[in-house]
Ligand binder design. Structure first.
Ligand code: PMP
Length: 394
């Protein structure tokens, strides 16, 4: 039977990682894969995570199954982190999932069960895995303009014009903060406009929140999600703990479904548990329990927030330093957008040829669409990158 299988397209980012590893040049710079790295290029385990794991090792007495929805304490803690007091708890259905990807996948499946005719609108560009999962599920998908390649900011007029074609009941996938891959995000006023459009056109927002705490702070990064959750009857939220807790390989995420009333929320809850059952039965627990331990302990939570804040402000400082160096070298302010973008990524706006030139001439690895992982930089590499960008004629 396997002879009928066809070759699947390789994941471009993983291919880039391999090419970087194989490059013998010592001065090479990795701005590819979306993992946070400190100034030495390490992805450390956060202090609070280590402490929570030590506590669990001491106190955990069983590894028996949890519940299909995962540990209820995890759902409570994550709903509080993402939504604070936006809604009564009984309007939010939630299940633990294997990472944010698991949440995204289950969300698409739930949409397919609830509303098979709905089109799912995605930003152009978006995280490539959104498109690949949608294609795999054969979901009806359309894209809306999002990124203005001249200003490297949100193309609000294009987005609004495209969403004007969405039909009532269609789903609009939004990045709650720190848009991947562009780094460009709507302003608070633009979010208001987006909410007004969603309401007026009876669209269902699905928010992918993978970088809460990486942009402007934990609450600021959840502000758009809270605004939308408070304003619309039905909202889907897929949140990841991979980045903000640095627990990538533990596969920790949550899918939330806000219903218009309690009975509908309960229906959604049953469906989410059902989907967990069909796909993998019980969701992974270790990462979720680490997160819950941290969020429910004042001391661990404060330490986690302090370390996350260092990560966030460190990336902001790198952004500002890169923008300043490019201003100096190019004698123009055309790279100022780098300081305005938020999160781990910025789309530089280089052509594929320029991206290839940066790799071949300078050993600088970024994704083909010129997405750079800002956390891959440090004080030594910023001047090198800036000079190479100017030399490549970006
Ligand atoms: N959504 C977006 C936009 C992402 O960038 C990521 C991480 N690359 C995820 C979801 C999911 O991440 P994970 O499955 O590792 O939690």
């Amino acid at each position: 039977m396997f002879e009928h299988l066809t070759d699947q397209p390789a994941d471009k980012i993983l291919a880039l990682m391999s090419a970087y590893k194989a490059d013998p040049r010592e001065q090479k710079i990795d701005l590819g894969v979306g993992v946070y790295k400190d100034a030495d290029g390490n992805t450390p385990i956060m202090r609070a995570v280590k402490a929570a794991e030590a506590r669990l090792l001491e106190s955990q007495t069983t590894k028996s199954y949890t519940a299909l929805a995962g540990d209820p304490g995890f759902a409570d803690a994550m709903i509080d982190l993402v939504l604070a007091d936006t809604l009564p708890r009984d309007r939010v259905a939630a299940v633990a999932t294997p990472g944010g990807t698991g949440a995204v996948r289950q969300a698409f499946e739930m949409i397919g069960m609830a509303s098979p005719e709905a089109t799912i609108w995605v930003s152009d560009p978006t995280w490539p895995n959104h498109l690949s999962i949608l294609k795999h599920l054969d979901a009806k998908t359309r894209s809306y303009r999002y990124f203005d390649s001249e200003t490297r900011s949100v193309d609000m007029a294009g987005m609004m014009a495209d969403l004007a074609e969405a039909q009532p009941g269609d789903v609009v996938l939004l990045h709650g903060c720190c848009h991947n891959p562009t780094g460009a995000n709507p302003s608070p006023e633009q979010w208001d406009e987006i909410v007004a459009t969603l309401k007026a056109r009876h669209l269902v927002p699905m928010i992918d929140l993978a970088y809460q705490g990486f942009g402007d702070g934990l609450d600021a990064d959840a502000a758009a999600t809270r605004l939308i959750a408070g304003a619309l009857d039905e909202v889907i939220i897929a949140a990841s703990c991979s980045k903000n807790f640095g627990i990538y390989r533990e596969r920790t995420g949550i899918l939330m479904a806000i219903g218009r009333d309690v009975p509908q929320t309960q229906k959604a809850q049953g469906t989410l548990a059902y989907l967990n059952r069909q796909n993998y039965s019980f969701p992974p627990d270790h990462g979720a329990r680490v997160v819950t331990t941290i969020l429910t302990d004042a001391e661990l939570r404060a330490d986690w927030q302090a370390e996350l804040e260092e990560v966030r402000t460190g990336m902001l400082r790198l952004r500002e330093a890169l923008a300043a160096e490019l201003k100096r070298l190019s004698n123009s302010d055309r790279f100022d957008f780098l300081a305005q973008h938020r999160g781990m990524f910025s789309r530089l706006g280089a052509t594929p040829e320029q991206v290839a030139k940066l790799r071949d001439d300078n050993g600088i690895y970024m994704v083909g669409d010129s997405r750079m992982n800002i956390a891959g930089l440090n004080d030594r590499t910023i001047p090198v990158l800036a000079q190479a960008i100017v030399d490549a004629g970006v």
